[in-house]
Design a protein around this ligand. Sequence first.
Ligand code: URA
Length: 228
Amino acid sequence: MRLDRYLANLKYGTRNEITKKIKSKKVTVNGIVVTDSRYKVDTINDLVILEGIEIFYKETVLLMVHKPAGVISANKDGLHETVLDLIGEPYNRFDLRIAGRLDIDTEGLILLTNDGKLLHKIISPNKDVYKKYYVKTESKFDSKKLLKQFEIKDGRDIMFTPLLPKVEEISDNEFYLSIKEGKFHQVKRMVEHFNNKVVYLKRVSIGNIELDKDLEKGRYKEIIEYKI
Ligand code: URA
């Protein structure tokens, strides 16, 4: 990849600003000053340093975030802190997208990635990727009821029938629910359909990726090896 594009993609400035920095000898590749913006960087093997900063680059990045309540699943929001606000250097330089949003009061696993194909695989209901939630309801709830076919409203108030979920009972008002879709308020609406209410909701896994038990709320980590 061209050196100027490489640095611009990582938001170290506009192409023009970067070209100026390169011309003024502020960039080295493997210890040698490079003054040509068209220089082809080997993104895997080359060590690029800009004004003393070692550049971190990867084609694809996947982060696991432990979302706390009160943080919203959006890119930017004037009012609330967002999951992307939780991300610091060097990952905040990547065009990360949220692979499945959670409500403001829902906690747990959020995946962020700049890999469009992976994103599609996670959020597409037809890809057999279950999203597993720990659910606590206001009163006693027989979670097996959720295994019958029934209709709820989606985010646009259009009725839809959720694909067959999986349930694991924990107690008379707690259970795990695994669903394939991620419609707006889906778990809450599935429970409300049976005249009960979700009082606590936490996503614990997405496909084979489980929320790391040692990852504190508000923290994140890169996932290097994974199978969805
Ligand atoms: N279902 C909900 O109702 N809320 C979430 O945040 C996720 C799934």
